[in-house]
Design a protein around this ligand. Structure first.
Ligand code: GLN
Length: 304
């Protein structure tokens, strides 16, 4: 299929439709991005690449990184992980405190902030040098050693992340954070600050389209079963209180971040990353959602 031709058709359509979203500003450092950046990159399991626009520019991947931290923690803990974090969609915003008290400090899923904080706690407990091992894991997935944390964004989140600080303290009060709060919080802020390009992201997520094997080097990243389950979690929880809308309009497992990135994948076929920093009211990239909706409509392929 000529994906590049489809990208051109899609961008023609969305250019006439406007882009009413707003760049995330609650993390001050994120508001410095050029709001009009726009990139797409698709990588197939056969190793072919298709791109459009700013596909090779680094941006803050934010919550997209939560899937990669989850992968690492799932491998370390196996199904014991699910005693500490659920697999249900939250139906609430990504940093909501609401359910956490009712559910006694067990976050609904690993892709909302509360769940990712518990995942970071697991990594702190299980790894000797979690910060280094996490970035090494992501570099290997993407086949790119230049991928790194952004200290400016991480610092910005540490000093203004009042809600995340509230979340981690509430979880700790229920005994579901085992390590020192500052250590876990720092790892969480570093995780969210990782910068990658659309090209690197689509490459890094390809193992989830390939039954858990990284097609770059044929190394198994996770088991077939864990790969399926991670995709199921993305399908149900990857877009917070807009997960139903994304499933309905796009029909692929995926994950968004407040930096304006979205990654989605079609098992057996491809992984695609889109970046456009203006967000809709639910904190998902306005154009990213539109692009992927048009993409699965035009290619007539989704998991359904
Ligand atoms: N770092 C952001 C936060 O914790 C991540 C949010 C997101 O991308 N949805 O608020």
């Amino acid at each position: 299929m000529d994906y590049e031709k489809i990208f051109l058709q899609i961008t023609d359509e969305i250019n006439t439709a406007g882009n009413p979203g707003q760049v995330a500003s609650y993390i001050p450092e994120l508001s410095r991005v050029d709001a009009n950046r726009f990139g797409i990159h698709l990588t197939t399991l056969k190793g072919r690449s298709y791109c459009y626009g700013d596909a090779n520019e680094k941006f803050s991947i934010q919550s997209i990184a939560k899937v990669l931290a989850l992968t690492l923690a799932f491998n370390l803990e196996d199904n014991k992980l699910w005693e500490r974090v659920g697999v249900e969609p939250s139906g609430t915003s990504f940093n909501s405190l609401l359910q956490l008290e009712y559910e006694k400090g067990i976050p609904r899923n690993p892709l909302i902030n509360a769940g990712a904080l518990v995942i970071c706690d697991v990594l702190v407990s299980r790894l000797k040098n979690p910060r280094q091992e996490l970035i090494d894991f992501i570099r290997d997935l993407a086949g790119d050693q230049s991928i790194d944390y952004c200290p400016r964004v991480a610092r910005s989140e540490k000093i203004t992340g009042y809600k995340n600080a509230a979340l981690i303290n509430l979880i700790k009060s229920y005994g579901n954070i085992h390590n020192d709060i500052d250590t876990v919080f720092n790892l969480y802020c570093d995780l969210c600050s990782i910068e990658m390009t659309c090209q690197e992201l689509s490459q890094a997520f390809l193992f989830l389209a390939a039954g858990g094997i990284n097609p770059l080097n044929n190394k198994r990243v996770i088991s077939v079963s864990k790969s399926k389950r991670t995709n199921a979690i993305m399908q149900l929880c990857g877009f917070y209180d807009e997960a139903g809308e994304f499933s309905f309009e796009v029909g692929l497992p995926g994950k968004s971040g407040v930096g304006g990135g979205i990654v989605a994948l079609l098992p057996g076929q491809y992984s695609i990353a889109v970046w456009s920093p203006r967000l809709n009211a639910k904190g998902n990239s306005y154009r990213g959602m539109k692009v992927l909706e048009l993409f699965t409509t035009k290619t007539e392929a989704s998991i359904f």
